[in-house]
Write a protein that binds this ligand. Structure first.
Ligand code: ADP
Ligand code: NI
Length: 211
């Protein structure tokens, strides 16, 4: 991708995500893009594929769009003359990236594994905490309650489940560090994970009035 294509694609994406406050905004896409590129350099992966898949990984998300057959990603790639073979490789990655409870799939290519890792890293750590509470607020969820977290949900239950935001940590966020595909991402995930563990400890101390 030339600098001109990249800049133009970025402004298309900025426009595309401008009304999203669900945690899948343009800044999420940019963070995934930057993280995925940093990992891709260390893992010697194909940067063009990683960049395209990272930038386009949420444009056909079923939760955000009514898209059929990855039409938004295809439209954007056609606009910039990306060849069909590259397009198919990118689409195959986008299909597998998303978290689907215990039905989550690891993409088969190194490039896909990297994009999935980057997307998951953005769900944990300081940013992950902020995104979770934003999501909770958007969906009118309580910060915490007395319900026990549901472990081991399949895709449908995960999508339908209405948990408190704190329970979401136990249902997804704390599971992600053991689901990383690449060594680079595992190192980053360990740090982000530890930050969340410390945060939860502090959170519950405050809930109990201990601090
Ligand atoms: P993905 O982008 O992998 O498909 P989701 O759409 O499930 O993931 O989640 C988008 C963001 O919203 C993530 O940061 C995720 O942790 C957060 N999120 C999803 N479900 C919940 C929930 N029940 N409570 C709080 N945050 C949530
Ligand atoms: Ni994402």
């Amino acid at each position: 991708m030339t600098k001109e294509v990249l800049d133009s694609l970025l402004s298309d994406l900025q426009e595309f995500f401008k009304d999203d406050y669900s945690g899948h905004d343009f800044n999420h896409t940019m963070r995934v893009y930057k993280l995925a590129n940093n990992i891709a350099i260390q893992e010697h992966a194909n940067l063009e594929i990683v960049s395209l898949a990272a930038l386009l990984h949420d444009v056909d998300d079923v939760k955000l769009t009514q898209s059929i057959n990855y039409q938004n990603a295809r439209l954007l790639m056609n606009r910039y003359g990306i060849d069909k073979a590259t397009q198919e490789e990118v689409i195959a990655i986008i299909q597998d990236v998303s978290f689907k409870g215990n039905q989550s799939k690891s993409p088969s290519t190194l490039e896909g594994k990297i994009v999935q890792d980057a997307d998951r890293l953005d769900a944990i750590g300081a940013i992950g905490i902020a995104r979770a509470f934003t999501f909770g607020g958007n969906h009118n969820r309580p910060l915490y309650n007395d319900e026990k977290p549901e472990r081991n949900m399949d895709e449908t239950s995960y999508r339908q489940h209405q948990s408190s935001t704190i329970n979401h940590f136990y249902e997804k966020l704390l599971l992600l560090k053991d689901m990383m595909n690449t060594e680079c991402a595992r190192v980053l995930a360990d740090q982000r994970h530890q930050f969340m563990v410390n945060y939860l400890e502090e959170f519950f101390d405050e809930v109990e009035g201990k601090k």
